[in-house]
Design a protein around this ligand. Structure first.
Ligand code: SF4
Ligand code: SF4
Length: 343
């Protein structure tokens, strides 16, 4: 399966992670905030620790299909939560996507009864893009039961990959290594370590853990990119990629944008009116200028995002000029001040 165009590989990370332009188009849909876990580091909660609420409405499944038709593109559609297997219309949604030529992608905490997972797999078959599992150690009652379930999944596995991550804390680190090694030994799958993300910053750990990350290179690649500022660069988000919230709001990308409505292009309830950029548009990330929207990554070498390559920039009539960039920065600073004044 070709995930990106190798001709476009870029090496502009300070840490020399290779960036590639994805061939695929991508939409993330927040289908539910509901989750049966209570992870200590969950960031889908408000300042008082209450979980965000909301479910993707049934009518918006068809509205989304219609919106995708309007864009004339085929997408990988990530069905994300909360816990996606708690979304009552998961199978129906996946079926409709496939019927219309799109490919579902799932990221789960893997706690659903296996029969439910099996039912989903029988529906998506080899149209599934990827089966993503996020291990949350404090919430797993039995490692043995987890591994047995993983074994059952591997028996059903189609041509799609199983991608496993584990969120690391100082407390669970040793256990995470143990589980990771067991999974590697039994199923040949590398478990990637995910940093806790809190208030726009990826956590930095004690020396012992940081050294382990460095020597084993199993840090989730996108999280090695925390220092990269994409603000002002042209990005394909809003053309080839979108993020859709549970209420149907269509965002340009995950990272709030320092522009009107935080980069919301419209709502699925009025899908005909959703703004689609006609050409790549500068990144206006208000999130410290960082991009947390990397879409895919393949082993530890490649990260893909939607920033334009130099080759593509040549074909964009109005490239961003230093003076224009300066204006964008001023706009961003003004926006940040406005937000701070409101808080
Ligand atoms: S599984 Fe994910 S959504 Fe659920 S509590 Fe844990 S971090 Fe939050
Ligand atoms: S935050 Fe990332 S995905 Fe969003 S516009 Fe900027 S570079 Fe593109």
């Amino acid at each position: 399966m070709k995930l990106f165009n190798e001709d476009f590989i870029r090496k502009d990370s300070k840490r020399m992670i290779k960036f590639a332009n994805p061939v695929e188009n991508h939409i993330d849909v927040k289908i539910t905030y509901a989750c049966n876990y209570k992870c200590e580091y969950c960031y889908q909660v408000d300042d008082d620790g209450h979980r965000f609420k909301g479910v993707f409405e049934e009518k918006n499944i068809n509205n989304l299909i219609n919106f995708m038709k309007k864009t004339k593109l085929k997408y990988i559609v990530s069905l994300v939560g909360g816990e996606p297997f708690m979304y009552p219309r998961l199978n129906e949604f996946a079926q409709k996507l496939i019927k219309n030529g799109h490919r579902p992608n799932i990221i789960t905490n893997f706690s659903a009864p296996f029969e439910k997972i099996e039912e989903f797999i029988n529906i998506v078959k080899n149209n599934l893009f990827n089966f993503g599992i996020s291990i949350h150690i404090s919430q797993i009652n039995s490692t043995e039961a987890f591994l047995l379930k993983l074994g059952k999944l591997m028996e059903l596995k189609g041509i799609w990959p199983v991608w496993i991550t584990c969120v690391i804390t100082e407390e669970n680190f040793d256990k995470a290594i143990e589980i990771g090694e067991e999974i590697k030994k039994t199923y040949g799958i590398t478990v990637y370590f995910q940093r806790v993300y809190y208030r726009e910053i990826y956590n930095i750990y004690s020396e012992r853990i940081e050294n382990y990350f460095k020597t084993h290179n199993i840090d989730v690649p996108k999280e090695k990119t925390g220092n990269i500022n994409f603000f002002g660069n042209y990005c394909w988000c809003g053309i080839k990629s979108y993020y859709i919230d549970h209420n149907g709001d269509v965002h340009r990308c995950y990272t709030p944008q320092a522009c009107k409505n935080n980069g919301i292009l419209g709502n699925l309830s009025k899908y005909r009116k959703i703004k689609i950029f006609k050409k790549p548009y500068p990144c206006l990330s208000s999130d410290n200028g960082n991009c947390i929207c990397f879409k895919h990554f393949i082993d530890e070498k490649y990260v893909t995002n939607y920033i334009c390559t130099n080759a593509e920039l040549k074909n964009i009539p109005s490239q961003i000029l230093p003076s224009a960039k300066q204006k964008l920065i001023e706009k961003k600073n003004k926006y940040k001040m406005e937000i701070e004044n409101k808080c």
